[in-house]
Design a protein around this ligand. Structure first.
Ligand SMILES: O=C(O)[C@@H](CO)OP(=O)(O)O
Length: 215
């Protein structure tokens, strides 16, 4: 049975400042680096054989720390990027106008086809995230890959595997350096294919991690 681990990157400067990143980028904070070291320790105990990271800087840095801990190769897959958040990228959430906040809300409140102007829809992102997940099926037998990606991207991937539409109301909290797992399997009591084993586990972190609203 193929097990695929999923990690959201460590805390970044803009996460802490509540600035919207999307496919823009900011560096890990010192806390984010520590979170990455702690999830790396957990990854060592899981027998990870491959690290596959989104090509953005915050995920690459997190993946490098995990790969160094595990002593396994790291590759980059741009399909694991965060949602393209168009004209709102780099903005402080607290400064959005009402219209801009409505655009942002469409991503989380179940609006079919919702997108920020100049950005990507959740359905478009789901297509590329599933392609990246399915790529794991081509790895040699016995592989245990770990994918490093983003909050919206991984939340959408997990939710769609559970059968929700990509644009469904967002109800899964994935904190920085949380760990999730998908298995590809045939079971008499589950639908065949990808199933969710766990989502958003932060038991390896020694201090509270932020969700996107700094809670
Ligand atoms: O892009 C962002 O600002 C956030 C939104 O959830 O995603 P992440 O920090 O996971 O890249």
């Amino acid at each position: 049975m193929l097990q695929v681990y999923l990690v959201r990157h460590g805390e970044t400067e803009w996460n802490a400042l509540r600035r919207i990143q999307g496919q823009s980028d900011s560096a890990l904070t010192a806390k984010g680096e520590r979170q990455a070291e702690q999830v790396a320790e957990r990854a060592v105990s899981l027998g990870i054989t491959h690290i596959i990271s989104s090509d953005l800087g915050r995920t690459r840095r997190t993946a490098e720390i995990i790969a160094a801990g595990c002593g396994c190769p790291m590759t980059v897959d741009a399909r694991l990027r965060e949602l393209d958040m168009g004209v709102l990228e780099t903005r402080d959430i607290a400064t959005l106008t009402r219209e801009e906040e409505d655009w942002r809300r469409q991503l989380v409140n179940g609006t079919e086809g919702g997108r920020i102007p100049g950005g990507e829809s959740m359905t478009e992102m789901a297509t590329r995230m599933h392609a990246a997940l399915n790529h794991c099926l081509t790895l040699p037998a016995g592989s245990t890959p770990l994918l490093v990606s983003h909050g919206m991207a991984l939340g959408c991937l997990i939710s769609t595997v559970l059968g929700l539409p990509a644009y469904a109301e967002r109800r899964l909290r994935l904190r920085n350096c949380s760990l999730s797992r998908m298995d590809y399997q045939q079971s008499p009591w589950l639908a065949p294919g990808w199933v969710v084993e766990t989502a958003g586990d932060v038991s390896h972190l020694d201090m509270p991690a932020l969700d996107e609203l700094q809670r």
